[in-house]
Design a protein around this ligand. Sequence first.
Ligand SMILES: [Zn+2]
Length: 264
Amino acid sequence: MHMDNADIAIIGGTGFYGSDLLENFREIEISTPYGKPSDSITIGDFNGLKIAFLPRHGKKHSITPHRINFRANMWALKQLGVKRIITPDAVGSLQENIRPGEFLIPDQFIDLTNSRNNTFYDEGKVAHISMAEPFCPELSRIVFESGKNLGYEMHDKGTVVVIQGPRFSSKAESKLYRSWDAQIINMEVSTECTLAREAEICYAYIGMITDYDTFADKTVNVTDVMEILKQNSNNAHDLIKDAIPKIPQKRGCACGDALKDAMV
Ligand SMILES: [Zn+2]
């Protein structure tokens, strides 16, 4: 365990950079057996808890999705003693009824990424972690209820398709994902969620809808997207502020025992 510690971590994705909900904060550098995390980690106080903030793409947003050192990020948070991760992130919508500005809390993913280090168990020990229910049900429920509470348009449950990137989908791909009954699309969540489960950390994802994926045949206007990103980011801040005090100290989920039946 690191000398610093935190109870809950927020991983900031595209469209979410703020650590401004923290008081008495400081930045710490953590090194891991996998190299450096995306950036220094900010640790501070909120509502009597220690909260860590890590920007997934680095503070300057310079790390492209397939180059993120997901293992170093997760290892660093584990070293801090983090038990829960909440991550708001910009996503594309695959369905007309899931509109820009709305939030979706997924309960499933379809992982189409390739050539990523998505396990801590690639030599020595063999672990087959269960991903039947990839996201923490308890934490996801709390986050969803907070969004509802604040009057946001919230979508409960749904499937996120995770593509390798950094390119966007072709129209044919986007239409295929729609036919799978998937709701949103992103480039990071499955890798991170899997490593969180291996680290026995609860993980809840807030998909902030920024635009429609390429199926929609809409020209993307950068000004509109930036406007939506800003609004989503402000809303996500308020949502997290509302959710954190509602998280029970003792976990009522199985995430903390994920390795128990996974080791060969
Ligand atoms: Zn959990």
